[in-house]
Design a binder for this molecule. Structure first.
Ligand SMILES: Nc1ncnc2c1ncn2[C@@H]1O[C@H](COP(=O)(O)OP(=O)(O)OP(=O)(O)O)[C@@H](O)[C@H]1O
Ligand SMILES: [Mg+2]
Length: 142
């Protein structure tokens, strides 16, 4: 599925819509560079999952947890050196806790991602700095 987002709010809304299609245990793996809207998209996911709390970037904490109808575990792998570091912080436990794991900079930990991860790729639209092309691929339903 491919979307064009014209604003941060629209990116959030696309995330919120995706949340409705996710089951407990789903992994959302983001691709896309600095400032492309991964955290904004995750804010929408949180809303769609019925999570409480304000979603902020987990850049320095590596993972933020949000309680909700389906909990959300929001990872930022930017500062990680590879999937070994991810296993050290308990990745397998997170996978089995019945939440959704949303992973920024998933390229850093490609070999730790399940095959049925949903890949969300965000890139800048060539016509406008504030537009994004967002593609959603994979998942167990497709
Ligand atoms: N269409 C859009 N969708 C999302 N964000 C947008 C859009 N247009 C402009 N922006 C701006 O881009 C920035 C996106 O920031 P955000 O933290 O969500 O990105 P990120 O991909 O998580 O970045 P990082 O790699 O640093 O974690 C915000 O400042 C937001 O206002
Ligand atoms: Mg971010």
């Amino acid at each position: 599925m491919e979307y064009i987002s014209h604003s941060e709010a629209e990116t959030e809304a696309i995330g919120e819509r995706l949340a409705a299609a996710l089951s407990p245990g789903a992994v959302v793996a983001y691709r896309g560079g600095l400032g492309m809207g991964k955290t904004a998209f995750t804010r929408g996911l949180a809303r769609g999952l019925g999570c409480r709390g304000r979603v902020t970037s987990p850049t320095f904490t590596i993972v933020n947890e949000y309680e909700g109808a389906i909990p959300l575990f929001h990872f930022d792998m930017y500062r990680l050196n590879g999937s070994e570091d991810l296993f050290d912080i308990g990745w397998e436990d997170y996978l089995s806790r019945g939440g959704v794991c949303a992973v920024e900079w998933s390229e850093q930990v490609a070999d730790a991602l399940p095959e049925d991860a949903v890949t969300v790729t965000l890139s800048r639209h060539p016509d406008h700095d504030g537009w994004r092309i967002i593609t959603v691929e994979g998942g167990s339903a497709s």
